[in-house]
Design a protein. Sequence first.
Lengths: 432, 432
Amino acid sequence: MMTYKEMNKEELLEERQNLQKEYDAWKRKGLSLNMARGKPSKAQLDLSNELMDVLDSNSYFNDQTGTDCRNYGVPDGIPEAKALMGEMSEVSPDDMIIFGNSSLNIMFDQISRSYSKGVCGNTPWCKLDNWKFLCPVPGYDRHFKVTEYFGAEMINIPMSPDGPDMDMVEEYVNNDPEVKGIWCVPKYSNPQGYSYSDETVRRFAALTPAAPDFRIYWDNAYSIHHLYDEPENQDVILEILDECRKAGHPDIVYKFISTSKVTFPGSGLAAMAASKKNLDDVRSYMRVQTIGHDKLNQLRHVRYFGNLANMKQHMRRHAEILRPKFEAVWDIFEKNLGGLDVGEWTKPNGGYFVSFDSLNGCAKKIVAMCKEAGVTLTPAGATYPYGKDPDDKNIRIAPSYPPLEELKQAAQIFTVCVRLVSIDKILSEKED
Amino acid sequence: MMTYKEMNKEELLEERQNLQKEYDAWKRKGLSLNMARGKPSKAQLDLSNELMDVLDSNSYFNDQTGTDCRNYGVPDGIPEAKALMGEMSEVSPDDMIIFGNSSLNIMFDQISRSYSKGVCGNTPWCKLDNWKFLCPVPGYDRHFKVTEYFGAEMINIPMSPDGPDMDMVEEYVNNDPEVKGIWCVPKYSNPQGYSYSDETVRRFAALTPAAPDFRIYWDNAYSIHHLYDEPENQDVILEILDECRKAGHPDIVYKFISTSKVTFPGSGLAAMAASKKNLDDVRSYMRVQTIGHDKLNQLRHVRYFGNLANMKQHMRRHAEILRPKFEAVWDIFEKNLGGLDVGEWTKPNGGYFVSFDSLNGCAKKIVAMCKEAGVTLTPAGATYPYGKDPDDKNIRIAPSYPPLEELKQAAQIFTVCVRLVSIDKILSEKED
């Protein structure tokens, strides 16, 4: 089998004609398929329905200290929720604050407060001429939107299967006092599904920031979100708070987790883990912001799971639904794109995404063609700060939401579009 | 009966001796009573327990448009929640955004965003040399803490039974571009329980602010929180969004409501009403901050109440628990302080507080003496910006939380302290 680059013009034009026919046939079906966002499917949501049975009008509504969870108070979370979420996050309950339903909201508020009030007594970023944020790329679009919103200068840091380019990270963080943070999804990264190597984590912990208010924003969104049961197919990363303590830098990291993709995305628990100094800083503004988050939902989650072992068992049921979807995407990609040398894709052991790299300059066109045929993808460029992918090649594939049969159609259409756009690019290069 | 000021030194000393005996006797009991915060009591919380029965594992989880409330999305609230909260707030569903569980959090976020990003495209307050906020006094301590946190210069505006001093408000708002907002609790105000007169509301709506980013922060926390059933004993205020529209100033107000004191303080719904221009401004940052609030809790509230009539019926049951508590406080105050000319207190038709004004310079001492005898009150001064009551006379009484018998003890102890501190003040003045 020849790659497209090895084909001559006539062969490419013939291939193009056949693909165009297939594309037109798909278009005529008037489909509406969505591979844009990392949303759990209905079948996954159904797994947690019994969460709604945990509390009823006859329940005992007090936490383990006797506090009535229906009333005001306990802004940083009930003890048993700290214990459960701490176990999930591999830290002590004392290292935790439990918030509302959204870890994105916690991160936004952290950046917002750092901007308006400063980190642990340091100068608020709004009073600085400039401040910078490191952004491993490709990465999570919603992270980048937050720092864009507050006016950071965002700097691209290339990702590898071991994590961000740590030479660059060290160079920036240890020398430039304008660098205030870095966005990290350390396990099953968004979108590539890479997990940081032990060396990467240790180099993070060993950072000696030029800025006293530099923090690592460690969004451990997929900590227990494996696709496979076998331990050898599950990624493991070092615990960052522990590593930072051991390295003598306990305050340089904020860790974020949530149950958004464990129970219900709209009605889960979100939490933050950090050193006492950092948590006290957070508590000092939380006391002004709110009289407390939803403690009944904390109680509901704690009583539903009981412990981490049950939560992990629950995640196995998610994996049983997600795994066939990922494998269907990979099968179709392999069947339709394998050996053509027109793109590369990742095959992670967990998380919510497959990252696809097309030939340079093709991503926007592929996404547009998919859209025209009824397949919605995350906009090309979204995985880069300011929505600007310098090579216009990265596309994030989110297989979780559509039912399997729809997903297969979407993946098929996607590969047809990749091939058509790639042929056009190669043909135009041959003409040059 | 003589007032204390009419008594001579010997009469006062004798009175003092008797009161000191009673005070010492109370102290020996080692009580622990709390009249500090506007917290609903356990009996009130029990009224809403069936809210926990509304959803179970077999429920239909979609909203009326078919959106699955378990999943991500719908950041500004499901339509039926907008309808219910709109009805509660006397505005159209289109004027509403539904947030999480805390209206204080909405207000904090509004100030935070105005500070860091600006209101509707205006200069962010963090870029200004100075900005001012008008604070009707006595008022709600948590409001003042928010603007203090962000560094506003806060200006006291005296309250009367008709609302804030509107001559002062107009003078400031219409002439000083540094004045960016005013905190209002327009109905059953915190702490006095005053409700703004129609003229006051119309003068608010007619404001012509010097600052284009001036907003009225209209915290309608007690909109349906009456103590009495009879319409003649229920305060009614004009609807502010409507009045502002009629006056041609639709954008000068944000209105806030919540069900914190309708269902559960920790697990209710909070919402904001405003013009489309203002809501679009809010939505532009919400999209960066979160992927949505807890829609299952929205669904739960909508299905529990169905409509405003049921919600009002529910509030009657709250009133049956609260009314005897307010009346007990008033009875004890009247019996022990009536005719002595050592203090004045309010007798509102609703809300959560009684405001007490002692003789000047006595509030801190009264609160401290109460504390020593086991009665916790809101710190003296808390009802003023920066915690500074210029006359040291206002004390906020919160009768809702303690059981009735404990509340009666607390009120009794309070009056003993008021009389002791007042006698000392009068004696010291006689000696001058």
